[in-house]
Design a protein around this ligand. Structure first.
Ligand code: COA
Length: 324
């Protein structure tokens, strides 16, 4: 039995925040943001719109595309670092709203790698007997940004993507997944306060310690190295080469990171799915949104060899190889 992605879906809130809008908020410019990141605009959730609201929309679309009923789901895995509440898991809220009455539900925390990590868990469960697992990446990054910090607030956006993973016979499906971590680099991207180390207080909120802090330049360098390394490992373990890849669907953080990785791997840019210009970095949602757009645009067809590649806070990095 193989685990196959039988349907995808995505949702981004309608409100668009352009680089020009950001010029009015911090000392930055449209030109600087486009040149250094490739991002032109991002989506921002409405006031009161939370992670589960976005997740449900993406999930409903994925279930429709897969032709799977919510009642038939065995498990819902929601990758996020911006859940509705610290407790309970946002996946439970999604389970209830979808009417997935038989499904177990839990969140998975692996930052921007969350979707690929969750896909790997789904793959393992489906190959050992589960029939249908719903994997979602959903983020409201706007809720954890310091909107006065130009180093971070220009990079991120809100959105959700989902995939139904089902057990099927045959050669198509998830061929392999590869997961890595290095907690020695946990300070490169972090939200320092709001957990048990530094609980929320007036002081930490005043200091914006409950918002994303990032060492962008160092992150950039390790990201390039990690994405290249894990892509090579993934191909080697399947006895395939870069030429075999039909579409690379990477985490959408920065166009310069992806150009550097493409150059190192010898992968033409046309084989990379890019939509970061319209969404920015949506953390765990970025890969499933890009995957869904690639499917709907016809860039992924039955038989296509698709590689996913992610890196993020933790640090974590991950990949998956899929015969569609
Ligand atoms: N607008 C204008 N100037 C800015 C700016 C902004 N939004 N943000 C930073 N700068 C300035 C810096 O203050 C610095 O000025 P200085 O030289 O006077 O000190 C200068 O631009 C260069 O900063 P630096 O951080 O070296 O730029 P960079 O080329 O590394 O680009 C990032 C910054 C954040 C775009 C880039 O490092 C990056 O994308 N890193 C990876 C981040 C990432 O992907 N994180 C998510 C991981 S999941």
């Amino acid at each position: 039995m193989r685990a196959r992605i039988t349907g995808t879906g995505s949702y981004a809130p309608p409100k668009v925040l352009t680089n020009r809008d950001l010029e009015a908020m911090v000392a930055t410019s449209d030109e600087w943001i486009i040149e250094r990141t490739g991002i032109r605009e991002r989506r921002v959730a409405a006031s009161g719109e939370a992670c589960s609201d976005l997740a449900v929309r993406a999930a409903e679309q994925a279930l429709r595309a897969a032709g799977v009923r919510a009642e038939d789901l065995d498990l819902i895995l929601l990758a996020t670092c911006t859940g509705d509440y610290p407790l309970p898991a946002t996946a439970c809220l999604v389970q209830h709203r979808l009417g997935a009455v038989r499904a177990a539900a839990c969140d998975l925390s692996a930052a921007c790698c969350g979707f690929v990590y969750a896909l790997s868990v789904a793959d393992a469960y489906v190959r050992t007997g589960m029939r249908h697992v719903l994997v979602i990446g959903s983020e409201v990054m706007s809720a954890i940004l310091d909107w006065s910090d130009r180093n971070t607030c220009i990079l991120f956006g809100d959105g959700a993507g989902a995939a139904v993973v089902s057990g099927v016979q045959g050669d198509a499906g998830i061929l392999s997944t590869h997961l890595r971590s290095d907690g020695g680099l946990h300070e490169l991207i972090a939200v320092p306060a709001g957990g048990s180390r530094l609980p929320l207080s007036e002081k930490v909120i005043a200091e914006k310690m409950n918002c994303v802090k990032m060492k962008g330049n160092e992150t950039f360098k390790v990201a390039v190295r990690m994405l290249e390394e894990i892509a090579r490992e993934t191909l080697a373990s399947n006895n395939l080469t870069v030429e075999d890849i039909d579409l690379y669907v990477p985490h959408q953080a920065n166009i310069r990171i992806l150009k550097a990785v493409a150059e190192r791997l010898g992968l033409p840019l046309e084989k990379i799915m890019l939509n970061l210009d319209r969404y920015g970095n949506t953390s765990a949602a970025s890969i499933p949104i890009a995957l869904d757009e690639a499917v709907r645009q016809g860039r992924i067809k039955e038989g296509s060899l698709v590689m996913l590649g992610a890196f993020g806070a933790g640090l974590t990095w991950a990949s998956a190889l899929i015969r569609w």
